[in-house]
Design a protein around this ligand. Structure first.
Ligand SMILES: [Zn+2]
Ligand SMILES: [Zn+2]
Length: 141
């Protein structure tokens, strides 16, 4: 069964498309409901004055019950959906892995094997200058 694609990035806490050598990877992570009350999606807290989402917040909060979970702890429970073209064998595939970054060749990355040739494909955090907004951290996440 094909993976469900997000209809808009607002459904996701993470979305990236990128080239990996000769291959290509699209990875997305759907937001999930509050594990405590199950009524609302978990999201980053908003600034009380500007109503803007605090992109750099270190936690996720439920707008219904205020249940708060540290960012890493919450993200570890999510599932990353991946659609890829393997850089080694050109196999096109889809897979799902836990949204947990591991150390891979010295950098934090999501790593998954090609289902055909087992080549490890990594999705590293994009490097950025300090103070620059993180493009992958969606404003509404
Ligand atoms: Zn809740
Ligand atoms: Zn492959």
């Amino acid at each position: 069964m094909p993976l469900r694609q997000p209809e808009s990035v607002e459904e996701c806490v993470y979305y990236t498309r990128r080239n990996v050598d000769k291959g290509h990877v699209t990875c997305w992570v759907f937001r999930e409901k509050c594990p405590k009350c199950g009524k609302a999606m978990m999201g980053k807290p908003r600034d009380a004055k500007t109503r803007k989402v605090k992109i750099r917040a270190k936690e996720y909060i439920c707008l219904e019950c205020n249940h708060t979970v540290p960012k890493e702890q919450y993200e570890d429970t999510l599932t990353a959906s991946i659609s890829y073209t393997c850089p080694k064998c050109a196999n096109k595939g889809e897979t799902q892995i836990p949204f947990k970054r591991k150390s891979f060749e010295g950098v934090k990355a999501l790593v998954f094997p090609c289902q055909k040739c087992s080549q490890k494909i990594s999705i590293t955090k994009k490097m950025k200058a300090i103070g620059e907004p993180d493009e992958e951290e969606l404003p509404n996440a």
